[in-house]
Design a protein around this ligand. Structure first.
Ligand SMILES: [Ca+2]
Ligand SMILES: [Ca+2]
Ligand SMILES: [Ca+2]
Ligand SMILES: [Ca+2]
Length: 220
């Protein structure tokens, strides 16, 4: 049941960007801030200026941060690994992180549970696909965007938003899900239906159903 369409969209081009200039092909030394941005499924770009190059990370809603500031949660904290997975976040400046002097730590119920660089392998020199923790074919960051659970690949009950195309949470992707689009297509924007994350609900979102129709998921 594993579908990878979103995961695969960006990966081919970005791997080339991430390791460009390393001279070591696909196994080069990558910039941790670039890898972090990429592995969360966002768009990393290198910007040339008079003072040199820097990297930016662009999120689904089009907003952008400097990639290193994003890694440190000094910018775009609401798009961070922590936020995507339901945690709070803080930036620590005690120099105790091997990747960057200032670093982002996830916080759950007031307890620090780890730095984002522990959860995301930003030193991965063979850059794999972006994070899809539950392997339901939709990236963690995308699931956070539409409001489904990035840890759960299949709904347990009709209120359990777990698998993005399964709008009615019955474990099947079929016409019943597509019927739910009807009032939304002509009504106010509802992010739950924005399955290509472009800020609109329209026929482009319905396109993603083509390879998925008739498929289902199962709970353990
Ligand atoms: Ca997923
Ligand atoms: Ca999910
Ligand atoms: Ca369904
Ligand atoms: Ca859309």
């Amino acid at each position: 049941m594993k579908r990878l369409w979103i995961a695969l969209v960006a990966s081919v081009a970005l791997v080339a960007v991430l390791v460009a200039g390393s001279g070591q092909g696909a196994h080069g030394i990558a910039n941790p801030a670039a890898v972090y941005c990429y592995k969360l499924g966002y768009q990393y770009e290198i910007v040339d200026t008079d003072k040199g190059q820097y990297g930016t990370c662009t999120f689904f809603d089009g907003s952008t941060c400097d990639a290193w500031r994003f890694l440190e949660c000094r910018c775009g904290g609401e798009y961070s690994y922590c936020a995507i997975h339901g945690y709070d976040w803080i930036t620590k400046t005690d120099g105790q992180n091997p990747i960057s002097r200032d670093y982002c730590v996830c916080v759950l119920d007031g307890e620090e549970i780890g730095a984002v660089t522990e959860f995301v392998d930003v030193e991965d020199t063979c850059v794999g696909p972006p994070l899809d923790s539950d392997a339901d074919g939709f990236l963690d960051s995308f699931e956070a965007y539409v409001g489904t659970d990035p840890w759960d690949d299949c709904p347990d009950d009709p209120s359990d938003d777990a698998w993005p195309p399964d709008i009615n949470n019955d474990t099947w992707v079929n016409g019943l899900d597509i019927m739910r689009f009807k009032p939304v297509l002509s009504g106010p924007y509802d992010v739950r239906f924005d399955l290509n994350a472009d800020g609109y609900v329209n026929v482009l979102d319905l396109m993603i159903y083509k390879p998925l129709l008739g498929t289902s998921c199962t709970n353990p």
